[in-house]
Design a binder for this molecule. Structure first.
Ligand code: MSP
Length: 719
């Protein structure tokens, strides 16, 4: 067998301070889809996932559940493994950061960085939350984002990584390899973060023990993110006696020609993967990953699904009611990869019934039923005959085959670009076209005349050949997304094991004339979901008994978090700077609103305002709404301005805000803000601004954006 080219792809490794849920499953399912797609294209794939088990949060969670940290991480890590099994994910490796192979590798890596002169000892000054025993990423005097208590400015001796030495090299990397970070929005955020200047990174913690000891100074442990990022190579045996996997799946240059190694991550952890990780590898003299793709968030009720918000849906529920394929199809079809997407049970059932049960499932079952009835379990006589093919019959068939060829090419292009939603949309055009072809050619009329089933005719041969061939191709294309159904259909078509099929060679006309179908399967591929499916899933979610561990986990106090990108202004080593609670109270009251005094007289019921005051009617003229920042970037040659795109629930607007001196653009992504929604548009620096953000103004003219302590849906009126 010729040597298949290697392909390596990874998910983030999941924190074990929460059980897996649909949000975490999303990253893994998407990566699994890419892994299956690449395998079908002939690659020798290594797909890695795992769990991130060190750090103070884990130590605290263990304490809260009356376990030792090791007992705790063993249990939760096992839950991840078990769920991935239930979801039939095909990861080739599973790494845990508490495994000896990982610890050894990390220590090697840090020894190497020290030897190469990229690590030094220094002092770190930052904000420390005594109550939480954690560094927090806030300014002096600001409250702790976790517990809201006042933080202290503390100075501590730490090891530092010379991140600043890589500023130029990283910028060159992003420049030379535009695909290093995708999608474009994330690339822009990372670019502006690095362009803003890189400070050296504190990479050790002296004050707690649940981590990997710093080589040569065991009083310190390695900062959890540095420990975690190294998993991508320690899992391949880097730094161990047997590094053959590392050589094949990381060092081999053939990978890079194919866009690998590929890291699939959530958007909030872009900075760690696109800045720190390549810098560490550069410092160690090791090859870089080829591509990092940051996907969006799965939202539930318009908010990031996360344990801290308590708005999680369990993947098991969907698995139990509609099956794995339904979940995979929904996530890949409904959520545009790279953007946030909302999960609702209604939308899931709608997609399932519309596209799977009534669409693909129905097409397969009615076509195969006709083939079986005509050829009585064998397709041997079903040879299209040139002589009998009438022109009217041939024209639509050749339309279908042309469309098939186009769809094969388009789907490949879309899937290569990770545009799954568009690829699936295109494949379902083929499902609809095949349905339409059958409706036009009405083979059932040719099969049954006056109640009797007639044997094959050349005309029937041709119609059924075309329909079967279209189904075969649809199935091969859709296999990475709905593998269970594809496997069954492939067997029913008599084609054997779908994972042995070389999808790279897929073309119209490969169906073997007369080939025998596989044994009939009585159960429908996608039984139609009944009206109560949504209620059932909701009930399961509400009533599912919690395991002892779950109960313990849910009793751990968690913070209400705002979806927010990382805060690049500080390199402070927090356990999870990605999730920042939005409790940064404005230090001064909000600036008075710049509202023009209305010229209309006050109504009878509203007393006229005395000079300097406005009436309630005046105030209600100002339409204040909750919005979420989707895009934030600097405006060239305008030091103070940021260009934002904010989502008001029903529409997205561009707003120019004079907050560039107070906020790094990427720290705003996902943040909820209050917008003056009915402000007349105005132009600034040639760009139209449609609204204004509310902010407190503190000394020095800095702005502190107004926000909420509770969650508020997008578009909600503020009054
Ligand atoms: N442990 C770090 C990653 C270290 S990688 C070297 C971490 N873990 S996490 O458990 O918090 O998140 C892991 C992944 O799950 C992230 O990519 C994150 O985006 C993803 N998701 C968690 N909730 C999610 C949604 N609601 N939607 C989509 N992905 C989500 O960060």
């Amino acid at each position: 067998m010729p040597d298949r080219p290697p392909y390596y792809l990874t998910t983030p490794i999941y924190y074990v301070n929460a059980r897996p849920h649909l949000g975490t499953a999303y990253s893994t399912i998407v990566t699994d889809t890419i892994a299956r797609y690449k395998r079908a294209q002939g690659f020798d794939v290594f797909f890695l996932t795992g769990t991130d088990e060190h750090g103070q949060k884990i130590e605290r969670s263990a304490k809260a559940t009356n376990c030792t940290p090791q007992e705790f991480v063993d249990k939760v890590s096992e839950e991840f493994r078990a769920l991935w099994k239930t979801l039939e994910l095909t990861n080739d490796g599973f790494i845990r950061t508490t495994e000896p192979r990982h610890k050894q590798g990390v220590q090697r890596l840090f020894t190497l960085l020290k030897e190469r002169g990229y690590i030094y000892k220094g002092t770190y000054t930052g904000q420390y939350c005594v109550s939480d025993e954690a560094w927090v990423d806030v300014g002096p005097g600001e409250p702790c984002p976790d517990c809201g208590r006042i933080t202290e400015t503390v100075t501590e001796e730490n090891y530092f990584f010379k991140l600043s030495a890589f500023e130029r090299k990283l910028l060159e990397l992003y420049e030379e390899q535009p695909d290093f970070i995708r999608p474009e929005t994330r690339r822009n955020e990372v670019l502006s973060f690095v362009r803003g200047g890189l400070r050296d990174l504190s990479i050790s913690r002296p004050s707690f023990s649940w981590g990997i000891p710093f080589p040569g100074d065991e009083k310190h442990v390695i900062y959890v993110w540095m420990d975690a990022l190294a998993n991508y190579i320690t899992a391949l045996g880097w730094g161990s006696a047997d590094d053959s996997k590392y050589q094949r799946f990381w060092a081999d240059d053939r990978l890079r020609a194919e866009g690998a190694p590929l890291h699939i991550i959530g958007k909030e952890i872009s900075r760690f993967h696109c800045v720190y990780w390549p810098a560490v590898l550069m410092a160690a003299g090791l090859p870089l990953p080829k591509s990092i793709f940051a996907h969006g968030w799965l939202l539930f009720d318009q908010n990031k699904m996360s344990k801290s918000r308590g708005n999680v849906v369990r993947a098991e529920t969907i698995h139990d009611v509609l099956g794995n394929d339904a979940l995979r199809y929904f996530l890949l079809r409904e959520v545009v990869f790279g953007q946030d997407g909302n999960f609702t049970f209604d939308a899931l059932v709608q997609r399932y019934n519309g596209d799977l049960a009534n669409g693909y499932g129905n097409l397969v079952s009615r076509t195969l039923a006709m083939v079986r009835s005509v050829y009585a379990h064998s397709h041997t006589e079903g040879r299209p005959s040139e002589k009998s093919a009438s022109p009217q019959r041939k024209a639509p068939a050749s339309d279908l085959s042309r469309l098939v060829e186009e769809v094969i090419a388009d789907t490949r292009r879309y899937f290569d670009n990770f545009e799954f939603s568009r690829g699936l949309e295109r494949i379902w055009e083929l499902v609809a076209a095949t349905d339409g072809y059958l409706t036009r050619t009405t083979p059932w009329k040719l099969i049954k005349q006056q109640g009797t089933v007639l044997g094959p005719t050349p005309e029937l041969d041709e119609i059924l050949y075309n329909a079967v061939e279209a189904i075969r191709i649809i199935t091969a294309l859709v296999q990475p997304v709905i593998p269970e159904a594809a496997k069954t259909v492939w067997q029913q078509l008599g084609l054997g094991k779908i994972n042995e099929f070389d999808a790279a060679s897929l073309r119209w006309g490969q169906w073997n004339l007369g080939a025998e179908l596989g044994p009939k399967i009585e159960t429908p591929l996608f039984p139609r979901a009944e009206k109560d499916a949504v209620t059932r899933m909701k009930e399961i979610e509400e009533n599912r008994p919690q395991s002892a561990l779950e109960q313990a986990l849910s009793s751990i106090p968690t913070v209400r978090v705002e979806p927010s990108a990382t805060s690049p202004t500080s390199n402070a080593p927090t356990d999870k700077p990605a999730e920042k609670a939005d409790t940064t109270a404005p230090e001064a009251g909000p600036k008075p609103l710049a509202v023009e005094t209305p010229s209309t007289p006050a109504t009878v019921s509203t007393p006229a305002a005395v000079p300097g005051q406005i009436t309630i009617d005046d105030f209600t003229k100002v339409e204040l709404r909750v919005a979420q920042v989707k895009v934030a970037e600097r405006v060239p040659k305008a030091d103070k301005l940021l260009r934002l795109e904010v989502d008001l629930g029903s529409e997205t607007r561009q707003i120019l805000a004079g907050i560039a001196e107070s906020y790094e653009p990427e720290s705003l992504i996902g943040r909820k803000v209050i917008v003056v929604a009915n402000l007349a548009p105005r132009k600034m620096r040639g760009l139209e601004s449609n609204g204004m953000l509310l902010a407190g103004s503190i000394e020095g003219g800095k702005a502190v954006l107004a926000s909420f302590l509770e969650d508020v849906p997008l578009g909600a009126k503020v009054k």
